[in-house]
Ligand binder design. Structure first.
Ligand SMILES: [Zn+2]
Length: 405
C-alpha cells in the first residue's frame, strides 16, 4: 500500500519518497512508498507534476489507483537512472491542485446546501477540466431553488468555516449522522467536516477554511435519468468563467450597440425582423416569378400544340427555378419547360403542365446520368444538381435535343 500524504495535508506540494517499483511497458510508470500525488477517484481528477533525483526529472502525466491499494504515477518518458530504492523528490502542480481543492470543497458545501434547504441528496459528482457537476436525486428543481442553494453556499464560504479531517471507526461514523456513508469496505473512515454545516466521508483533497474556496457559481441545470444535474464552478474558475461570459456578452451587445442587459430584447427584435423580411421576400419572389412567367408565355409561340420554354438563368437558385416552373405550367395548359441556373449551386428544373405526354422525371435521370449530377422527380416536375456551372449549358442542350426528337 502506498502511504498517502495528501490524506493528512492537502497543501503538501513537495515531498520525499522512495521508488518501490518501475512499471515498464507502453506507458512507463513508477510506484513510490509514499506520495502526495492524488489519483483520480471519488469524482476528483488526478494531480500532475514531477518526480526528480539529482540527475533526472520526469514529468508525471497521470496518477491512478491500482487494484491492490497502491498509487501509480504515469510518466511522460521512461526513467533512465531511477530504480527501485532510489530516493526521489516529488513536486505536484500547485495551481492545478488548488483549483481541484476549490472545486471539490465547493462541491461539499453545495451538496450540503441542497440537503439543508430542500432535502435533495447528491448521488454523483463529476469534475472536468472546465466545469464540475453534481446529480441531485429530485424529481423537480426550480430556478429559485438554484439561487437559494447558491446563496447559502456562498454564505458558508464567506463565513470562512474550518474544514477538518478526522479518522473514525465505522461504528463511530454510523453514530455521527453523516450526509453520505460509503459502502462497507474499510474499518477506518476519513471524515471531512465543515464546521456546523456538513460531515461526510471522503478521500479527496480539501481546503482548510471555506474562505479558500473563494466563491461558487451555479450554471446550467438539466434533467438526467436519476434527477437533476447542476453544473457549477468555484474559485478562480468561477472568476475566469464570469470574465469569459462578460466578454462574450459585451461582444454581442456591441453588435447591437446596446447595453449587455438589453441583448436578449435586441436579439428577439432582430429575429422578429428577420421573420418578417423572410416572409416579404417569399412574397416578392412569388410575384416576380408570376410576372416573369406571364411575360415569357406571351412571347412563346404554340408549336405543334405546345409551348416549349427553355431558359438558363445566372443569378437565381433552384427554389426560384421551381417557383418559375410552377407558374409557367399552371398559367397555361400546354407548357413544357426546361430551366437551368449557373449560380453557386448549378441546378436544373424540368416541368410540364399536367396532362402533357412527356416524362420529366425520366428525362432528368437521363440527363443527370450523362453529366454526373444527382436528383429526380415525378412525371410533371423534376429537379437536379450539377457538379459545375459549365455542365448546365451542355445539359440544357442535351435535354432540348431529347425533347425535340
Ligand atoms: Zn471530498
Amino acid at each position: 500500500m502506498t502511504e498517502r500524504l495528501y490524506y493528512h495535508d492537502s497543501f503538501l506540494y513537495d515531498f520525499e519518497g522512495e521508488v518501490a517499483e518501475i512499471v515498464e511497458g507502453p506507458r512507463p510508470a513508477v510506484i513510490l512508498d509514499r506520495t502526495a500525488f492524488y489519483p483520480t477517484s471519488g469524482g476528483q481528477i488526478f494531480d500532475i507534476g514531477t518526480i526528480a533525483t539529482d540527475s533526472e526529472s520526469l514529468k508525471v502525466t497521470e496518477v491512478a489507483d491500482t487494484e491492490d491499494g497502491r498509487v501509480i504515477h504515469y510518466l511522460e518518458a521512461p526513467p533512465k537512472d531511477i530504480k527501485p530504492g532510489t530516493k526521489i523528490r516529488g513536486q505536484i502542480d500547485a495551481t492545478r491542485r488548488r483549483d481541484h481543492m476549490q472545486q471539490h470543497t465547493g462541491q461539499h458545501v453545495l451538496s450540503a446546501a441542497f440537503v439543508r434547504l430542500f432535502n435533495m441528496p447528491t448521488v454523483s459528482f463529476h469534475m472536468g477540466d472546465d466545469y464540475c457537476s453534481i446529480d441531485l436525486d429530485t424529481p423537480t428543481l426550480t430556478k429559485e431553488q438554484i439561487e437559494q442553494a447558491e446563496r447559502l453556499a456562498n454564505e458558508i464560504i464567506l463565513e470562512n468555516r474550518p474544514v477538518q479531517i478526522r479518522f473514525v471507526t465505522r461504528d463511530e461514523a454510523e453514530k455521527l449522522g453523516l450526509r453520505k456513508l460509503p459502502p462497507a469496505e474499510r474499518d477506518e473512515l476519513r471524515l471531512i467536516s465543515i464546521h456546523d454545516f456538513d460531515l461526510c466521508a471522503c478521500g479527496g483533497t480539501h481546503v482548510n477554511q471555506t474562505g479558500q474556496i473563494g466563491c461558487i457559481l451555479l450554471r446550467k441545470t438539466e434533467r438526467v435519468r436519476q434527477g437533476w444535474r447542476v453544473e457549477f464552478i468555484a474559485g478562480q474558475r468561477a472568476v475566469a468563467t464570469a470574465r469569459r461570459d462578460f466578454t462574450t456578452l459585451t461582444e454581442a451587445a456591441g453588435l447591437f450597440s446596446a447595453h449587455i442587459y438589453d441583448v436578449p430584447q435586441q436579439v428577439r427584435k432582430s429575429l422578429e425582423e428577420i421573420r418578417a423580411l423572410r416572409k416579404q421576400r417569399e412574397q416578392s419572389l412569388e410575384e416576380l416569378a408570376e410576372a416573369q412567367a406571364t411575360a415569357i408565355l406571351a412571347e412563346t409561340p404554340d408549336i405543334a400544340g405546345r409551348k416549349l420554354v427553355i431558359r438558363t438563368l445566372t443569378d437565381r437558385d433552384m427554389n426560384f427555378l421551381k417557383l418559375l416552373a410552377q407558374k409557367l405550367t399552371r398559367l397555361a395548359p400546354n407548357v413544357i419547360t426546361l430551366l437551368g441556373t449557373t449560380s453557386a449551386q448549378p441546378s436544373l428544373v424540368f416541368a410540364q403542365s399536367s396532362g402533357q405526354s412527356s416524362d420529366m422525371g425520366k428525362l432528368m435521370k437521363e440527363i443527370l446520368a450523362k453529366f454526373g449530377g444527382r436528383g429526380g422527380g415525378s412525371k410533371d416536375m423534376a429537379q437536379g444538381g450539377l457538379p459545375n456551372p459549365d455542365a448546365v449549358q451542355s445539359a440544357m442542350s442535351a435535354a432540348e435535343a431529347s425533347l425535340r426528337t
